[in-house]
Design a protein around this ligand. Sequence first.
Ligand code: ATP
Length: 364
Amino acid sequence: MAYLTFKDINKIYPNGFHAVHNFNLEVEKGEFIVFVGPSGCGKSTTLRMVAGLENISSGEFLINGQRVNEKGPREREIAMVFQSYALYPHMSVYDNLAFGRTLQGVDEDVIEQKVMKTAKILGLTEYLDRKPRALSGGQRQRVAVGRAIIRKVGVFLMDEPLSNLDAKQRVTMRSEITQIHRQTGATTIYVTHDQTEAMTMADRIVVMKEGYVQQVGTPYDLYFNPVNVFVAGFIGEPPMNFIKGTVNNGCLKVGKSDVKLSMIVSEKTVAEHEGKEVFLGFRPEHAILTKGSAPADSICFTGTVELTELLGDNTNVYIDIDGINAILKIDPHDTPSLDEEIGFAIPKGSAYLFDGETEDRLTV
Ligand code: ATP
């Protein structure tokens, strides 16, 4: 197991494109870290710098306190699983698993023991004689993971390893990878653009946008304490609702409601934003249908139902609040009718306020 230190790391590609800006992070031994963000945010570039596949333009990367900027991929004791499994097509599953260790000059008996143990962990024992083309996508992915965990390494890197699988296989592999991580205890960095994968697998998540780290935190931190509009909107499904408006007499007009902003932040912060734009944010799942009576300590709204989606365990209700669109996630038994005017409340502790210009969260 290894611990990792990223110190002010930048990546500028030869064409001058600045892909990663001042990346700082400490990864503890055995941690499962997920880099998440939209396409092009720099997560793969950062992972490739960890692997030694991409040089670091400035800053330092340390493994167990030792600078490794100048070390090649083989000297870093790192195993990597790519999106495109990278299996040897002409070799059996057994040989694909054994190959890394054969290269390292390990004894045949030891190799066999290791292969059998790894195959057992991954449920591949009965496929050891098959060639990759005779396996399903999920099975190939397991071989790719197996090839990485069979080597004894301190750091395990995965770049969108589940993206070629269907939705059901992804859910299964997600928990398998989490279990393998528990068994091996290897420090892991996992790259994905899928916030659900990040939320379900990570000890800590690094959210990136356009080459900049936006926030580093546990799934709980990111969901309940997002630092800005981007993180608040990226984590959670359906995403957080945002209503932009100008602060007037300490209130934000949203359709028929005048939202008293001191219910969310201090009077001082509200006063500082008088006449300025802010975003009011609330998550779809925090909406409570009011059916006439407004609960105490809540922010109340009225809107017209435009569409409902019954998903089984809940219903997504798309509403229009005087030209503003929002989504509510409610109990399917309470599903309203189309065009119905409904009232709903957000408990004041579940409402968020963001600066309209910087998009940073206002917390006090
Ligand atoms: P994706 O999810 O699409 O893989 P990503 O977050 O992993 O995205 P990167 O692959 O790290 O993004 O790319 C970050 C940015 O750097 C992108 O804008 C990309 O176009 C750019 N980039 C990547 N490789 C190079 C290169 N060799 N030369 C110049 N720019 C590059």
